[in-house]
Write a protein that binds this ligand. Structure first.
Ligand code: ADP
Ligand code: MG
Length: 481
């Protein structure tokens, strides 16, 4: 079996998979999808970038009962960024089945999440702390959960979330499928799986070499007080289109950001000390290619999927070996070539040895670019600095083109219900219930997705078609989401 259609998935799912341009299942998907469809628990050890999200999202979306109002799947992730990304991936996969996916995470309005959770919700993706908050306040009900996913379990452990994760697991009905994904399987995680899972299949996907094949790993030795200048020189000679620079501390990120901003780099920074809203918008802008250099702590390393990052620089060598794999795994994705450069100062040799031992090969040592090389490269570098980066297409863009979100100026306060919307819309000429996507009725507004490129036509007709006895103000919703 190596085609998605061999799994007997519903047509709605096959359609989204097709539009996401997933031609065939990845190795991990090939194993996980049938296992979950057969209702077996599974523990998967697999490197970053192997397609784990879709591996659990596809069978879950397939098995979800649309009619059920309470959440049927719960996915736990270690970071807020990852929760948002998993939500988006899920949404793209489940959209033609009209699945409602809600993400919950800290530093984001509790009441907004509460409102979202009150409506029909099929899947909840969240960080452990906020999931527990919702459980305590009774705003998240787990009675109907049939699928539990623990994503990036080892990172959850590193971040000290293991106890919270256990408490959540205990709150989920025992009659369920549990899936655990991790890049490594330390003892604590094995224990966890033994304690809370039913005779799981343990799967190890060995794609390390493959994932690394596309990345050129380079090391430069530098003096501590020459580090910033060395970094600047490297960015000039490399002249990357899209680059992440990793530092070990917030302070280093801030210092480097200040220096690079002074030198007119199109750059932004991200670390745990910034407001969540800023973190979110910076990541979104970087994904779209609005600026070329992102300076980050490890918050940006885990699981985050951004296309076409050609260069990763470890301004500070990571002090934990897994982190090296995660950081450098941001480049060389999806078959593209990437480069990972690490700066090493004296006394840091031991971290390098640990990393090399872990990845199983020696990182190539090179001489820093000479003054001459830097001068030679400056012209091209400055030329690129003056031109704007090519904007990247967001994942799911193509799906979005087919779908128009409309805003109707009527909601709960005016007794509008989803059935009224479905009734009016499916009575329009050329429309069927299958052309209607997610409907969200709020206090004074309603948002509805029109599928299959029929949005324009519906928008026009609704200008003269009454809904619940009156002509309503209908317009294109401003923002997609
Ligand atoms: P992981 O969780 O293993 O790090 P992700 O789930 O983030 O990996 O997937 C990595 C990338 O691969 C994403 O951009 C995703 O859209 C893409 N991808 C997933 N499955 C497939 C597939 N079957 N074919 C092509 N691309 C895929
Ligand atoms: Mg992942």
């Amino acid at each position: 079996m190596n085609e998605f259609k061999d799994y007997k998935l519903g047509t709605e799912l096959l359609k989204s998979i097709d539009m996401l341009k997933y031609k065939e299942p990845t190795k991990v998907q090939h194993i996980v999808i049938p296992t979950v469809l057969e209702n077996k628990d599974i523990v998967v050890k697999s490197k970053t970038g192997s397609g784990k999200t879709a591996a659990f999202a596809i069978p879950i979306c397939e098995k979800i009962d649309w009619e059920e109002n309470k959440p049927q799947a719960l996915v736990l992730t270690p970071t807020r960024e990852l929760a948002m990304q998993v939500r988006e991936d899920f949404f793209n996969i489940g959209r033609f089945k009209r699945l409602k996916i809600v993400s919950v995470y800290g530093k984001h309005s509790f009441t907004t999440q509460q409102k979202d959770l009150k409506q029909k919700t099929h899947v909840v993706v969240g960080t452990p702390g906020r999931v527990l908050d919702h459980l305590e306040k009774g705003t998240l009900v787990l009675d109907s959960i049939t699928h539990l996913v623990i994503d990036e379990a080892d990172e959850m452990l590193n971040m000290g979330f293991i106890e919270q994760v256990e408490n959540i697991i205990k709150a989920v009905p025992r009659e369920r499928i549990t899936m655990l994904f991790s890049a490594t399987l330390p003892e604590d995680i094995e224990k966890l799986s033994k304690k809370y899972m039913r005779d799981p299949n343990y799967i190890t996907i060995n794609e390390e070499e493959k994932a690394f094949e596309n990345i050129e790993h380079i090391l430069y030795e530098v003096k501590v007080n020459f580090k910033q200048q060395a970094l600047i020189n490297i960015t000039i000679t490399e002249n990357a289109d899209s680059c992440i620079i990793f530092c070990n501390t917030k302070q280093d990120v801030d210092d480097l950001f200040e220096k690079m901003t002074r030198l007119s780099y199109a750059c932004e920074r991200i670390h745990g000390g910034l407001e969540q809203e800023d973190r979110t918008s910076i990541m979104a802008d970087f994904k779209r290619g609005y600026f070329r250099y992102l300076i980050a702590t490890d918050v940006a390393a885990r699981g985050i999927d951004i296309d076409n990052i050609s260069l990763v620089i470890n301004y500070d060598i990571p002090q934990n070996k897994e982190s090296y794999v995660h950081r450098t795994g941001r480049t060389g994705r999806a078959g593209k070539k990437g480069k990972a450069i690490t700066l090493l100062t004296s006394y840091e040799e031991k971290y390098l040895l640990e990393i090399e031992d872990y990845i199983g090969f020696k990182v190539t040592r090179k001489q820093l670019p000479s003054q001459e090389q830097v001068i030679d490269a400056t012209l091209l570098f400055e030329e690129k600095m003056r031109t704007r980066a090519k904007l990247k297409k967001e994942k799911g863009t193509e799906l979005n083109q087919e779908i128009t979100k409309l805003h109707i100026a009527a909601g709960k306060k005016t007794k509008m219900r989803p059935v009224d919307i479905v009734g009016t819309l499916s009575n329009l000429e050329g429309m069927t219930a299958a052309d209607i996507g997610i409907i969200s009725v709020q206090d004074v507004s309603t948002f509805v997705e029109i599928l299959n490129n029929k949005g324009e036509m519906v928008l026009e007709k609704l200008q003269t078609t009454p809904m619940k006895g009156r002509i309503r103000r209908v317009s294109r919703a401003n923002e997609y989401k």
